[in-house]
Design a protein around this ligand. Structure first.
Ligand code: OAD
Length: 259
């Protein structure tokens, strides 16, 4: 049953050339980075308003660093792209996928090799001084200084979007643009609970795109906005999809048969 659906979706993808992926925390779970919501999620242990809002960071950056950011840094430092990230690179290389819009700050899509990645919630690879605006890469922060400080004495903050902050304007307008011009949007590993990211599939749908979700669970998009959901782990589903797309393309080139 699921294989039939995978074959059907692979057929759509094989004949598409302007696919956009919207990804969320679920795409990095198989790389060892936990999601935010649901079982084992970060927000099960911490209140996001107490640790992930800009007010919380400005009030007590050391607390946010100790509880949330130090753990994120050690997870991101050792994380490697998984089959889901690699599958999206393959889709780009064969001319199907154009852009990845990611809510993740872990940099794994770029590390895997995707070349057009919109970081909707910023990234954790860079820090910026809140006093003099000096930028530094996260790797070079002294591990024993919490919160990390700039030579001017100001506090470094990650270039991530905290709750209560605006989406970086270029990320916002480019996402809106690619979402409203794609032929298929793949929505991978996001609970579609956080706006405005969760609006991108709605925009794509209203502009005529097919919406395909890959998730271990249904989401608020399922059955309303998405045309299909492939239920399962992103890495496993993506690997099956890639195999089927390659079969489709081979059948097309050897016997001229469309999937
Ligand atoms: P969530 O943690 O809200 O959702 C993760 C989704 O991934 C859920 O729908 C899971 O069912 C699914 N999932 C878990 N494991 C999976 C796997 N192996 N394969 C496929 N799917 C899997 O994460 P996001 O939707 O990314 O914002 O959350 C959006 C934003 O909320 C984040 O960017 C962050 C957070 O608070 C900020 O920090 C501003």
């Amino acid at each position: 049953m699921m294989m039939d659906l995978i074959k059907k979706v692979a057929g759509y993808l094989a004949s598409a050339s302007d696919v956009v992926a919207l990804t969320g925390a679920g795409v990095s779970v198989e790389s060892g980075i936990p999601p935010f919501r649901g079982k084992g999620g970060v927000w099960e242990r911490f209140d996001p308003m107490e640790y992930a809002s800009i007010e919380a960071f400005e009030k007590d950056p050391a607390k946010v660093w100790r509880v949330l950011l130090s753990e994120l840094k050690s997870l991101v430092d050792k994380a490697e792209p998984n089959s889901a990230h690699k599958g999206l690179v393959k889709l780009e290389k064969i001319g199907i996928l154009k852009t990845v819009i990611t809510q993740n700050v872990d940099g794994l899509h770029q590390k895997a090799g995707n070349t057009d990645v919109i970081e909707f919630h910023g990234n954790f690879a860079w820090h910026r001084c809140m006093k003099c605006d000096h930028r530094t890469d996260t790797q070079s922060l002294a591990p024993d200084q919490i919160p990390p400080k700039c030579h001017c004495g100001g506090i470094f903050r990650p270039e991530c979007v905290f709750f209560g902050e605006m989406i970086p304007s270029e990320a916002m307008w480019r996402s809106r643009h690619v979402a409203s011009h794609c032929d298929i949007m793949l929505v991978v590993g996001t609970s579609a609970n956080v706006q405005p990211a969760a609006y991108m599939p709605v925009l794509a749908k209203n502009s005529g795109a097919k919406i395909i979700e890959i998730n271990t669970e249904i989401t608020p998009l399922t059955g309303h906005i998405s045309d299909h959901i492939l239920l399962g782990k992103a890495g496993e589903i993506m690997s099956l999809l890639i195999t089927e797309i390659e079969n489709c393309r081979q059948a097309e080139s050897t016997i001229g048969r469309q999937c």
